[in-house]
Write a new protein. Structure first.
Length: 214
């Protein structure tokens, strides 16, 4: 609605409604325009600004406040039930009862996926494997050095101490020589390493023997 399209009769109607404090939303519906346009027209017509209207606060007893709040809740509930019908009742039922079709089921599936992923990661992580702590020196091998012990462990297919070192000795296994070195016993004890040996097993893993100083 444009200002130049208003007739004298429409302008008079506009002024009368403005002065009678007719709500802007109602004026907008009457003239088929937006509320902002109604305000702009009032400004262009030179009409006075409307004063703010407010209802003074009434000091009500607590019981009366609760009563009015209950009435408002009941009216809102009745309105929603009339608008939604069975759908609203079903929503209330699902809210008050456990439902596998809603948020609870999504949470269960999410937790299950996290557990499965964690298990897969744990299974895929390289581990140090040991089937025995001590063993005799295999035939054709010796324990004279760390490399000799590593070769003997690779031939046996497991980690085992076969002696030959007067000081502490650590054995480790991993997918790479570096990881096997880090997995050795006493690797983080701060003891100086005096001898080290590596050998690859038949399964592709590496074993490492570290000999430390007393």
């Amino acid at each position: 609605m444009k200002l130049n399209l208003l007739t004298a009769e429409s302008k008079e109607k506009f002024r009368q409604m403005w002065e009678d404090d007719v709500p802007v939303s109602e004026m907008a519906r009457h003239f088929d325009c937006s509320r902002n346009h109604i305000r702009n027209l009032a400004k262009e017509f030179g009409l006075p600004k409307r004063a703010w209207h407010y209802a003074p606060f009434v000091d009500l007893p607590v019981e009366e406040i609760y009563r009015r709040a209950a009435l408002i809740r009941a009216e809102n509930l009745k309105k929603k039930q009339s608008e939604g019908g069975d759908r609203w009742n079903e929503t209330i039922r699902q809210r008050d009862t456990f439902s596998w079709n809603g948020r609870n089921f999504s949470r269960f599936v999410g937790a299950l996926v996290l557990v499965l992923v964690a298990c897969d990661v744990a299974d895929a992580r390289p581990r140090r494997r040991s089937t025995g702590s001590f063993a005799a020196v295999p035939a054709g091998h010796s324990n004279a050095s760390a490399q000799a012990v590593a070769d003997a462990c690779a031939a046996m297919g497991r980690l085992a101490h076969i002696g030959g070192n007067p000081g502490p000795e650590g054995l480790g296994m991993g997918p790479t020589p570096e990881s096997a070195y880090r997995n050795c016993c006493f690797a983080h004890a701060g003891i100086p390493t005096v001898d080290v040996g590596y050998a690859q097993m038949k399964n592709g893993f590496w074993c490492c023997c570290r000999r430390y100083r007393r």
